[in-house]
Design a protein around this ligand. Structure first.
Ligand code: NDP
Ligand code: 8X3
Length: 257
């Protein structure tokens, strides 16, 4: 097993959902957690809570991963004790809208591509050279079942998660010969703020996404992430596709009511 105790784990998008659960489970495993999001007050209070509950070191900062200059600056000015990041969880991501391509909103497309693809690249580019220098590291990317199967009106979100899958494979190839591991976690339906964000706070519509089935929880995903990170150093879990038992792909879901 790779011990997580005292390792620095950096999780983007930890103000809610999968990122928040992942920070919590790493802290419970004794890791020191570095967290960021745009809603600073949420990551700040999570950092305090995890420090109190688990006695680990925590540090929170504001970051919009879409802004390249801010990503560079935020990682450059990190206090020295936070610079040696061992595990990077590229989790910050979102979907906006569900429209036919001919009706799609350009702003939605840009937000998804800027966050899910370019943001992931900016953060990785800033963190990876240090990992290579220290000869230690693990990058865990949040892909999606949507990066394996396209579904109607998923178009640009699908494309962004297909891109994450390609980047995950590409990173692994480019890092061959180093001890750095690369993993993609590719879930289906997980009940978080994801659908509320996708449908611009239409909570009724968001609720329907999970209706009649038991969706995955953020803790289900966090548990899998922690498991991949704690495998022995010679084991690289390349990708994990995980879905609720009542889901076979984004388009094939069995609803009981
Ligand atoms: P949530 O909406 O609950 O969480 C998304 C997180 O990403 C929030 O903390 C949000 O923080 C952060 N975020 C969004 N945009 C930015 C940005 N520009 N800069 C920094 N942080 C940002 O959704 P999930 O937990 O479900 O999503 C987490 C990841 O999992 C995403 O990559 C998503 O695509 C992926 N995923 C989700 C699935 C699901 O069914 N829920 C299934 C498969 C994959 P803030 O708004 O404070 O910035
Ligand atoms: C989120 C999963 O199926 O709603 O990435 O696109 S899905």
């Amino acid at each position: 097993m790779t011990t997580l105790k005292n390792k620095i784990v950096f999780i983007t998008g930890a103000s809610s959902g999968i990122g928040k659960a992942t920070a919590t489970q790493f802290a419970a495993a004794g890791a020191n957690v570095l967290i960021c999001a745009r809603r600073f007050e949420k990551v700040e209070s999570l950092a305090k809570e995890l420090h109190t509950a688990h006695g680990v070191k925590t540090h929170a900062f504001h970051l919009d991963v879409r802004n390249h200059a801010d990503v560079e600056r935020a990682l450059n000015v990190l206090p020295q004790e936070w610079k040696n990041i061992s595990i990077l969880i590229n989790n910050a991501g979102l979907s906006r809208g569900m429209d036919n391509i001919q009706e799609g909103k350009i702003a939605d497309w840009e937000e998804m591509i800027d966050t899910n693809v370019k943001g992931l690249l900016y953060v990785t580019r800033a963190v990876l050279p240090g990992m290579i220098e220290r000869n230690e590291g693990h990058i865990i990317n949040l892909g999606s079942a949507a990066g394996h199967w396209v579904y109607p009106k998923g178009n640009v979100y699908n494309a962004s998660k297909f891109a994450v899958r390609a980047l995950n494979e590409g990173m692994k190839m480019d890092l061959l010969g180093t001890p750095i591991r690369v993993t993609s976690i590719d879930p289906g339906l997980v009940e978080t703020e994801f659908s509320i964000v996708r449908f611009s706070n239409d909570t009724e519509r968001a609720k329907k996404v999970y209706q009649g089935l038991t969706p995955l929880t953020p803790d289900d995903i966090a548990e899998t992430i922690v498991w991949t990170a704690s495998r022995p150093a010679h084991v690289n879990i390349s990708s994990v596709i995980m879905m609720p038992t009542d889901q076979a792909s984004p388009s094939f879901v069995h609803r009981r009511s």
